[in-house]
Design a protein around this ligand. Structure first.
Ligand SMILES: NC(=O)c1ccc[n+]([C@@H]2O[C@H](COP(=O)([O-])OP(=O)(O)OC[C@H]3O[C@@H](n4cnc5c(N)ncnc54)[C@H](OP(=O)(O)O)[C@@H]3O)[C@@H](O)[C@H]2O)c1
Length: 307
C-alpha cells in the first residue's frame, strides 16, 4: 500500500489478533515503512464494535490486518455462537470501522469454506459450501466484509497453516514423532500446506499492488484471493516429509512407522473437505510473484526452527 502520508510520517497499520500464530509472524515481518500497532485479544476484542470504532478513529490506520479468529476447527462445533460472533461478525465490525477512516482491510479466510467435492484447484469464484461451523463462520465473515460498504479489502483464503508460535500440524507431528513408535495419519484429505512466512509476504505484496497497478478504471485490484504453498499433498504425505526432515536435523525420535488411515478411521467433531487445493493463479497474475513449493517452505521452517 502506498505510504501516501505526510512526508516523514509512516502510515499506521493496525494488527488485530497479534498474539496468534499468523499474528506473531505478521508482527515480526511488517515492513518498516509502516507504523505498526499490534493488538492482542487482551488489547482489542474485534467483536466489541464500540472498542474497535474508538481505537480506529483515534489511530486512523491506513491499513487494518485482521489475524483475530476462533481458529480451532473442532472447538467451533461445540461453540457455534462464539464462532459465528468472532469469525462471522468481527470482520464486519472491522470493515465498517475501516470504511469510516478510509483504511484498507486485509482479512484471512480458509479453504474450509468449500466442501471439497471439486477435483480442480478451487478458484475464488467457485461455489462455497462449508461442511463445518468453522467453515460457515469464516464464510459469514467474508460476506460481512463484502456487505460492509468497504471497497478496499483483501480477503485471503489460505490452508493448512503452520509456523512458529501456534499449535499446528507440523508441531503436533514433531511432538508425536518424539513420543510414539507408530503414527496413524489420514491419507484421504488433500490440501496445500502454507508457511505463515509466505502468507505474510503475500499479504504485503497484495497491499503493494494498487500502488503499482496499471489496471484500467473498471477493474479493482482488491477483492478475494487464494494463497497457499505450491503443490499439494495428503496429511499422511505431509507427516512423512516432516519426519524425514526431523531425521535430517538429527532429532531423537521414537517413531518407527507412519501408517496411512482414512478419515473414517479418525473421526473428529468437524467434517473437513476431502480435496481443498486452492488455485493461486489470480494471486500470481496480479502480483507477478511466484510461490515457493510447500516442501521448500517446510525445509526453510525446519532450518529456522532447528538452527
Ligand atoms: N491455522 C490454520 O490452519 C488456518 C488455515 C486457514 C486459514 N486460517 C486463518 O488464518 C487466520 C489466523 O489463524 P491462526 O492459525 O493464526 O489462529 P490463532 O493462532 O488461533 O490466532 C488467532 C488469534 O485471535 C485471537 N482472538 C480470538 N478471538 C478474538 C477476538 N474476539 N478479538 C480479538 N482477538 C481474538 C486469539 O486470541 P486467544 O487465543 O487469546 O483467544 C488468537 O491470538 C485466521 O483467520 C484463520 O481462520 C488458519
Amino acid at each position: 500500500m502506498s505510504p501516501e502520508f505526510p512526508k516523514g510520517q509512516r502510515p499506521p497499520l493496525l494488527l488485530t489478533g497479534a498474539g496468534g500464530m499468523l499474528g506473531s509472524m505478521l508482527q515480526a515481518r511488517t515492513p518498516a515503512i509502516y507504523d505498526l500497532h499490534p493488538c492482542t485479544h487482551a488489547d482489542l476484542d474485534i467483536t466489541d464494535a464500540d472498542q474497535v470504532e474508538a481505537l480506529v478513529l483515534r489511530l486512523r490506520p491506513q491499513v487494518i490486518v485482521n489475524c483475530a479468529a476462533f481458529a480451532r476447527v473442532d472447538a467451533c462445533e461445540a461453540s457455534r455462537e462464539l464462532a459465528l460472533l468472532v469469525n462471522g461478525e468481527g470482520p464486519g465490525i472491522l470493515a465498517r470501522a475501516a470504511h469510516k477512516v478510509g483504511a484498507v482491510l486485509v482479512h484471512f479466510s480458509t479453504d474450509y469454506v468449500f466442501d471439497g467435492c471439486y477435483r480442480h484447484p478451487y478458484v475464488e469464484e467457485d461455489a462455497t459450501a462449508p461442511l463445518s461451523v468453522y467453515g460457515l463462520s469464516k464464510l459469514r465473515g467474508e460476506q460481512a466484509i463484502q456487505e460492509s460498504g468497504l471497497e478496499r479489502y483483501f480477503i485471503i483464503r489460505t490452508s493448512w497453516l503452520y509456523g512458529p508460535g501456534g499449535p499446528n500440524f507440523v508441531e503436533t507431528i514433531i511432538r508425536l514423532a518424539q513420543e510414539r513408535e507408530e503414527l496413524r495419519i489420514v491419507d484421504d484429505q488433500i490440501g496445500c500446506p502454507t508457511y505463515t512466512r509466505d502468507l505474510v509476504l503475500a499479504a504485503f505484496r497484495l497491499l503493494d499492488v494498487p500502488r503499482h497497478s496499471d489496471l484500467d478504471h473498471h477493474s479493482s485490484p482488491y477483492g478475494t484471493f487464494h494463497f497457499a504453498g505450491e503443490g499439494q499433498c495428503s496429511w499422511f504425505e505431509f507427516a512423512e516429509v516432516i519426519v524425514t526432515l526431523l531425521r535430517h536435523h538429527g532429532q531423537d525420535l521414537a517413531v518407527k512407522r507412519i501408517l496411512p488411515i482414512s478419515t473414517a478411521d479418525y473421526p473428529l467433531p468437524a467434517a473437513r473437505p476431502a480435496w481443498s487445493v486452492l488455485s493461486t493463479a489470480k494471486y500470481q497474475r496480479v502480483t507477478g510473484a511466484a510461490i515457493p513449493h510447500w516442501r521448500q517452505s517446510l525445509k526453510d521452517y525446519f532450518e529456522a526452527r532447528f538452527s
